[in-house]
Design a protein around this ligand. Structure first.
Ligand SMILES: *Cc1c(COP(=O)(O)O)cnc(C)c1O
Length: 367
């Protein structure tokens, strides 16, 4: 129960925007009216104030610490969501018009691909799991790497299909670019393997409205002159993400979520929690044929678990009865069907345990 409220919070399995840590929600409630003793709210003060600049710097420092981001990488807060990054990345780091290589893993990599097509960027799909309805991270052979490629793109976790890269490919000198919107900070990360990492905040690290970008220094200045000011990483690097008015509220909350992650023990602790939670649900799926996992076991996501019931009617009933027990957001995306339990960092372990228990009970009653 949140401080000062009279309701029990529902268990939040929504895919995004998604669950936030209860202690953070309490802090938001307590601190929203008076920012750092200014006697004004954080959402009504100047983003040029010393107090605000300090918050941004602290938030960046915490992210650097949590993900062990090396000094030759910049950390940026941008707007427009991960979706803007699909097109902004090639504008900045593929000035030759490609080729860009990518692995096709589902809905999100398809959207990335669509943005390359719009800009007429040459691309090469090195591997795809489309034939098996994106139920796995496809294998690819490093002999397929094209040394001419301007970058190599992956989606580390396909939020909709529920598949996640178990470990990342080695792309040598080709900058590896990853959409980590749904699994950033859910497990330890070797940032040095990547040229650029991006993530909308609203799954693992905060409210919607801000996008985290981590970019290696040498990629910042590749941008051609005809790219608009706001779409150049260079602009945001020079101005510490404050070229224009930043999304103050979400950054402010991200900063609190970072405190929470650090208090919990960092990304190692997040990974442990997430695999414990996911393990409870996959155990039920694997018990027998009643629930069918949509992903093959070695590509299973620890944060988005996709499964089907014996038929669609039962699937609907499952989602309805779960909602009656205050377990919300379990309906699968229409492209995959069935159910999906999104269990990001801040979903409590108890919520996963309640879901596992409900799944077993539902099976007993409807088997
Ligand atoms: C949610 C999501 C996006 C879209 O993010 P926006 O911030 O809404 O643009 C992109 N990629 C992945 C993997 C996602 O999960």
């Amino acid at each position: 129960m949140c401080v000062g409220t009279d309701f029990e919070r529902a268990d939040n399995f929504f895919a995004g925007p998604a669950v936030l840590p209860e202690p953070v929600l309490n802090r938001v409630q307590q601190e929203i009216l008076n920012f750092k003793g200014m006697d004004l709210s954080v959402i009504e003060i100047s983003h040029r104030s010393k107090q605000w600049e300090e918050t941004v710097d602290q938030c960046i420092a915490k992210i650097r610490k949590i993900l062990s981001v090396p000094d030759n990488y910049e950390i940026l807060f941008l707007q427009g969501g991960a979706s803007t990054q699909f097109g902004m990345i090639p504008m900045n780091i593929a000035p030759g018009g490609g080729p860009v290589q990518l692995v096709h893993t589902g809905v999100w990599s398809k959207k990335k691909l669509a943005e390359l097509k719009i800009q007429g960027i040459e691309y090469d799909i090195v591997s795809s799991s489309e034939e098996t309805n994106f139920d796995r991270i496809p294998q690819f052979d490093s002999s397929q790497l094209n040394p001419q490629a301007e970058y190599f793109h992956i989606c580390s976790n396909e939020t909709i299909g529920g598949i996640q890269w178990p470990d990342y490919p080695d792309t040598g000198d080709i900058p590896l670019v990853a959409d980590m919107s749904s699994d950033i900070m859910s497990r330890p990360l070797d940032v040095e393997k990547f040229g650029l990492i991006y993530a909308g905040a609203q799954k693992n690290i905060g409210p919607s409205g801000v996008t985290l970008v981590i970019i290696r220094e040498d990629l910042v200045n590749r941008v051609p002159d005809n790219v608009p000011t706001m779409l150049r990483y260079e602009t945001h690097v020079k101005k510490n993400s404050m070229h224009n008015t930043p999304p103050v509220f979400p950054i402010w909350v991200v900063n609190m979520v970072m405190d929470w992650v650090i208090e919990q023990g960092g990304v190692e602790a997040m990974e442990k929690r997430n695999s414990e939670k996911a393990g409870m649900i996959y155990e039920v799926i694997d018990e027998d044929d009643y629930y069918q996992g949509a992903a093959v076991p070695n590509s299973r996501s620890a944060v988005n678990i996709t499964f089907r019931l014996p038929d669609d009617e039962l699937g609907k009933k499952f989602v309805e009865q779960a909602a009656e027990r205050k377990m919300l957001g379990l309906k699968g995306h229409r492209s995959v069907g069935g159910c999906r339990a999104s269990m990001y960092n801040s979903l409590p372990v108890e919520a996963a345990a309640r879901l596992a228990e409900f799944m077993r009970e539902f099976k007993r009653q409807n088997g």
